[in-house]
Design a protein around this ligand. Structure first.
Ligand code: SAH
Length: 217
């Protein structure tokens, strides 16, 4: 599909901004390729390349580009990685991961809201990503069919690390997860012989709901 010239320039400016913030070359390259305007609802398409979160409906949001970039960098994604994402939302973050890990890798993304499963699937298809599978369900249970994973990216805030996610992470694997209800902190969790936790930064994410998440009532 022919790309509208204005979006390409806006995307370039966004990538330059992220470069000044110290984002790695690999992640910048991926973000240069992923057309964020294909993942935002049409009424707000002109805001697609702002570095802030955008509403995608029902109180859910597509994360700010710098947050997507930071989370990808913390995971140290590599070609061929098998990645589990919790919270597909618009599909944008999954697309950035998919660009980095390449066609030898695969992203499995679990989403609990049915129409967001459809929205993300459509967006990913339209943008041409074949190495992402969006699955409906409660992501706090992980996705045992394809476990273990090299990396896990949780894109909503949890009360604590859901035990199934830690179980489904490979030894030597890494997970990024925001924890907390009002005051949230992004953690990098590494599974070695034990589990190493690194506090990264304060963040704002929508809540992870479900069996090992916050309650829905
Ligand atoms: N990664 C997304 C942004 C996600 S917003 C993007 O790039 O657009 C967080 C998402 O997590 C929402 O879509 C919300 O519905 C979903 N979510 C919350 N709890 C969940 C759960 N238990 N399992 C799967 N998805 C969940």
């Amino acid at each position: 599909m022919e790309e509208v010239r204005g979006y390409e320039e806006e995307r370039k400016r966004l990538v330059e901004l992220l470069q000044r913030q110290g984002v790695s070359e690999g992640v910048l390259k991926a973000m240069t390729r992923v057309k964020r305007h294909l993942f935002v609802p049409p009424p707000i398409i002109d805001q697609a390349y702002g570095d802030y979160p955008l509403p995608i409906g029902e109180g859910q949001t597509i994360s700010a580009p710098h947050m997507v970039a930071m989370m990808c960098d913390y995971l140290e994604l590599k070609k061929g990685d098998k990645v589990l994402e919790i919270g597909a939302g618009s599909g944008y973050h999954a697309a950035v991961i998919a660009e980095i890990i390449g066609n030898e890798g695969h992203v499995y993304s679990v989403e609990r809201i049915k129409w967001l499963v459809e929205f993300s699937k459509e967006n990913l298809k339209h943008a041409g990503y074949k190495n992402v599978t969006v699955i409906p369900g409660d992501g706090t249970l992980g996705l045992s069919e394809h476990a273990p994973y090299d990396k896990i990216s949780v894109t909503c805030a949890a009360p604590d690390v859901p035990p199934p996610l830690l179980e489904q992470l490979k030894i030597g694997g890494k997970m990024v997860i925001p924890i907390g209800r009002y005051q949230q902190v992004l953690y990098l969790v590494e599974k070695k012989n034990g589990v190493a936790w690194e506090r990264k930064c304060d963040v704002v994410f929508v809540p992870l709901l479900g069996r090992y998440g916050f309650k829905t009532d």
